[in-house]
Design a protein around this ligand. Structure first.
Ligand code: ADP
Length: 394
């Protein structure tokens, strides 16, 4: 199943987007609704709130009197913690139940206002943020939802800001204009990204082969890499020695194929096997067959594992290398050497552009990659000298 986290400031249009995705077939999990359900009359949640805060928090009909609870629970930090300690685990458990009950080919959309505030981005294959300018949101909350203007502004101020949301957004939906405009974007997101993404994860489907095509350096690459690396680290847990952005997209100013190369370093090749299914489920199908790096010591090729990103709109190669071979260190050295030596970077650029042109009709990157490796292997020697001269360590 595919887990999509949907967030955005209040009034930005989360429900509008969520409802459209549900029309396409997404399974909606609504945090606000769950938060109400776990404290309905007759629930364990409500009983525990009464135990903690007294029967004053009950309305005449036995339901929770939210304003009274809020006044008590937000009076001081300790009370707020007590409220959270009761409600959060219940919401978490119910959310987990709903997700586990979904079919294996479900696309789950979790509408979760506090995704950013609670640091939950890595729990999802994809994070979608809906945004609109503050003034537009205030106007909508006042006119469409009948909220008092001061109340709307206070709620907006209490939430994460636009910049914090940008940092976790794989998809940014601008809903500052007409509703039809954002809905058209949602339709395209569903058909072109979420549907194939889900199938790629479930079927462990690799990226289709294509000819090498070099793109101009993109200033967005480092942040995109960081978002994907955060997921890799979360999936690998303690088995990750480290996880880094490597390859050409990690070199500022270098044109490159629009494929992020990421490296997960592990202690042993057994650990790489242990991680196989975890990485597949996290959205990185394993490419079958043996994968190797050229040995720079003249010995046998150095084995590695290769996973690829299942998101059709964000191609990723995830190299899983164990410290049992020197390849992980070399990948980091090569990156840092090119970052520090613009002449070498520009030489590499020229080689890439020439080979990409020569292989533009190949239909695969294999010959391009093999021929490029000759320059790379030569550069490793110069990089090692640079490492000695500068005292570089990984
Ligand atoms: P959220 O769930 O993020 O708080 P909603 O989806 O409920 O936001 O949207 C807030 C209000 O604004 C709703 O009444 C909704 O119908 C309305 N709305 C959403 N998008 C637009 C838009 N593009 N133009 C005008 N009104 C909108």
């Amino acid at each position: 199943m595919l887990r999509v986290g949907l967030t955005g400031g209040i009034g930005a249009g989360k429900s509008t987007v969520a409802n459209r995705l549900a029309e396409h077939g997404a399974v909606l999990v609504d945090s606000d609704r769950i938060a109400r359900e776990v404290v309905e009359p007759g629930t364990e949640g409500l009983a525990r709130l009464v135990e903690e805060f007294g029967t004053e928090i009950l309305a005449a009909d036995g339901s929770l009197d939210r304003p009274v609870l809020a006044a008590k629970a937000f009076a001081d930090d300790e009370s707020r913690h007590k409220l959270n300690a009761i409600v959060h685990p219940l919401v978490g458990a119910r959310t987990g139940e709903l997700m586990a009950a979904a079919k294996p080919d479900a696309i789950i959309v979790h509408d979760i206002p506090l995704l950013v505030e609670n640091g939950l981005a890595t729990a999802y294959h994809l994070v979608v943020v809906v945004d609109a300018p503050v003034e537009v949101r205030v106007r909508r909350l006042v006119s469409a939802r009948g909220m008092a203007e001061d109340d709307a502004r206070a709620r907006i101020r209490a939430q994460a800001g636009t910049e914090q949301r940008r940092a976790v957004a794989d998809v940014w939906l601008d809903n500052g204009g007409a509703e039809d405009a954002v809905l058209a974007e949602v339709d395209a997101l569903w058909a072109d990204r979420l549907v194939p993404f889900e199938a790629n994860v479930r079927l462990r489907r690799p990226r289709p082969p294509m000819s090498p095509k070099i793109a101009a350096y993109d200033l967005a690459w480092p942040a995109q890499a960081e978002r994907v690396l955060a997921r890799v680290r979360a999936a690998a847990g303690e088995l990750a020695v480290r996880a880094d952005h490597i390859g050409s997209t990690a070199i500022p100013g270098l044109p490159a194929k629009d494929v992020l190369d990421l490296q997960l370093t592990v202690s042993t090749s057994d650990d790489a096997e242990t991680l196989r299914e975890l990485l597949c489920d996290a959205g990185f199908p394993r490419l079958e067959g043996g994968w190797y790096d050229d040995a720079q010591d003249g010995g046998e090729p150095w084995p590695k594992c290769l996973h690829v990103g299942a998101d059709p709109k964000r191609p990723v190669n995830l190299h899983v290398r164990s410290v049992e071979t020197p390849a992980w260190r070399l990948a980091l050295l090569f990156r840092d050497f090119l970052r520090a030596n613009p002449d070498e970077r520009d030489d590499y650029r020229d080689v890439k552009l020439r080979l990409a042109e020569a292989h533009a009709a190949d239909g695969t990157v294999e010959a391009y990659a093999d021929e490029k490796q000759e320059w790379v292997n030569g550069a490793f020697g110069r990089a090692e000298k640079w490492a000695v001269a500068t005292g570089w360590t990984p």
